[in-house]
Design a protein around this ligand. Sequence first.
Ligand code: GH3
Ligand code: MG
Ligand code: MG
Ligand code: MG
Length: 309
Amino acid sequence: PVDVQVLIDRLEQLEEAGRHNPYRVLIVDDSETVTRWVSQILQQAGMQVRSLHNPLDIFIALERFRPEIILMDVYMPECGGDEMARLIRQHPQFDSVPIVFLSTETSRGRQWLARSMGGDDFLIKNQESEELLASVVITVERYRRLRHWMTRDGLTGLLDHTHLIQQLEMQISATATQSVPLSYAMIDIDHFKQVNDQHGHAVGDRVIKSLARLLRQMAPSADLIGRYGGEEFAVIFPGLSQIRAAQRVDEMRAAFAALKHLDGGGALQATFSAGVAVLGNNMSAAQLVEAADMALYQAKRAGRNQVGM
Ligand code: GH3
Ligand code: MG
Ligand code: MG
Ligand code: MG
């Protein structure tokens, strides 16, 4: 028999984690009675909820709201929920978003058929609200863990190139509505080929990891630093002017230059150069990266171990 108290404690732990960073839940159901009832349960548990009555609007909702779970009705006049799940699964960027069907359908055969189209779970409507909450909490927590690792670079644990750029694009659209500055820094280790040549790739990898750790400690948030590629890193500074961001990066530069990296019995030191740019009017992510790249190039030309802007 299941120890119910253990389950309740476990769910409370998970819900507590969700409270600090509310789950984003999208409900798709043609019935307003259902969406109101489900929203109320989830909102009372501190979640952020959006309801959709026409499944054909789902791609707009996916883009704008970026749900961490979709609660999907099966029978809807415009398009069946199972068919909708199949369509969502054809888009790589939404393929991993969990879909939980919420339906009155009690036939196990039909339930499995719907799940075979891309659903992760199947719940019966009008059941205990605890079961609904449990399914949402467990599913989103699993998704968050997987998503974390999906977006990280294997060597450093920082955002990988794709997700760094995605994060930058998200920060740019958020900034557009706030009229605050957004700065971006590109960091490149100096003469890293020599480090590899003189000390070997394993030592080179350790230097890369040390820099990643240092950036994680000194950057505003782990979600704002990425490994752009090889020995190149990037930091996003929402709300900081170019000068303030350059000051922060210069502190990072000084801290990195002071580190001693071990190589067998000896030790080596390494430095980096950086370029900082600020978002201008109607600038794209690509243009911001390019501006930072130009500033980095200047810093390299001016003698390295410095921050250009
Ligand atoms: P500069 O100061 O102009 O940046 O000189 P550099 O030698 O760093 O030149 P560049 O940026 O062109 O070279 C980067 C080198 O970094 C090339 C590549 O062998 C090495 N590298 C890239 N990724 C890794 C990695 O994951 N591990 C190790 N050990 N080396 C890497
Ligand atoms: Mg319906
Ligand atoms: Mg480089
Ligand atoms: Mg380099």
